[in-house]
Ligand binder design. Structure first.
Ligand code: 2P0
Length: 316
């Protein structure tokens, strides 16, 4: 048996759309930060038949079941009991599939002594959910479809530029359209999809340079652009993907006011209604105070940057 922990990540250059569905390779490169303040813990053990528990309850999840079945074929593993729990809302745009598959791949690797190098573990986690490849690493992470077998790679350690993130939770409900379904729909129906795939590699290069230079303003500009371009792509999909609610928009306006006042902060939103405010080191308290009073914000979660997926010591 082995237990692993992994953190979700927020993409600053977003992924939406696949080059290959069969092995889940994104169409474009993405760049993320790993959030140490939120976590998924996953245990695996050999069992008589496959069993899945999520947040303490027996569960069925086709993606997890397919991932486990593929691992069993590849390494001739026995049936697995998987027990996973997250300390934040799942399926609600907080990247629970990223932390979930990163933790699952890490736990299976340890339980059966596969000893995969981290980059290979990331490429494997990617087959569960592309964003999961990024959660195998901590700090600032790149996922590039043109890099070998589309592995993820760390760009900069979190300690070298300890940005802070304030998550404004505006709903605990699971999203209505899962990301995999939504991105396939955007790819086949949005007139903006070609522009998205052409321009995102440029954003990725600009963001990578900004991270290396630790240039907050340059990173803020390109990250907000990537976020709002993603939501323009979603809105132009048929039928449209409207992941925002009223509080999402109110929080965006509040963050723009802060930025206009000179506070080093920018907004990031994924396939759900939560708003992640990314700010310069030391500014999290001020930003949390400003967005927790926005009407409709249920609560805020503060986070620093976290480590990659890793094993937890086993209880005897
Ligand atoms: C991202 N998202 O880059 C983007 C931004 C959501 C919006 O990656 O189909 O769960 O399992 O590879 O990774 C969510 O998509 O999708 C996602 P699959 P995934 O973080």
């Amino acid at each position: 048996m082995a237990t692993a922990i992994a953190h979700p990540n927020v993409a600053l250059v977003k992924y939406w759309g696949k080059r290959s569905e069969s092995d889940n390779v994104p169409a474009t490169p993405s760049l993320s930060i790993t959030l140490g303040g939120l976590a998924t813990r996953t245990s695996v053990a050999a069992a008589e038949r496959d069993q899945l528990r999520m947040d303490g309850e027996p569960a069925a999840d086709a993606k997890v079941e397919d991932f486990v079945a593929a691992a069993r074929r590849r390494w001739q593993l026995p049936p697995l009991a998987v027990d996973t729990s997250s300390d934040f809302p799942t399926g609600a745009g907080l990247a629970s599939s990223a932390s979930g598959f990163a933790a699952l791949a890490t736990a299976i690797d340890a339980a059966f002594r596969l000893r995969l190098p981290a980059a290979e573990r990331a490429a494997w986690a990617r087959r569960g959910s592309a964003s999961a490849a990024r959660s195998v690493f901590g700090g600032f992470v790149a996922l590039d479809p043109d890099d070998g077998d589309c592995v993820a790679r760390p760009l900069l350690a979190g300690d070298d530029w300890p940005l802070e993130v304030v998550v404004a939770v505006t709903s605990d409900a699971a999203k209505r359209v899962p990301s995999t379904v939504g991105m396939a729909r955007s790819q086949s129906t949005s007139p903006f999809y070609a522009a998205w795939t052409e321009s995102t590699p440029v954003d990725f290069d600009i963001a990578s340079a900004a991270v290396r230079a630790r240039d907050f303003e340059a990173l803020a500009d390109v990250a907000e652009h990537s976020c709002f371009k993603l939501h323009a792509l979603m809105l132009s999909t048929r039928p449209p993907l409207v992941y925002w609610n009223a509080a999402t928009l109110a929080a965006v306006h509040r963050l723009r006011e802060l930025r206009d006042q000179g506070v080093p902060v920018f907004a990031s939103i994924d396939a759900g209604p939560q708003v992640k405010a990314v700010c310069a080191p030391g500014r999290g308290g001020e930003v949390a105070g400003a967005i927790e009073t926005v009407p409709g914000v249920l609560r805020v979660i503060r986070s620093g940057l976290g480590d990659g997926a890793r094993l937890l010591d086993e209880a005897p």
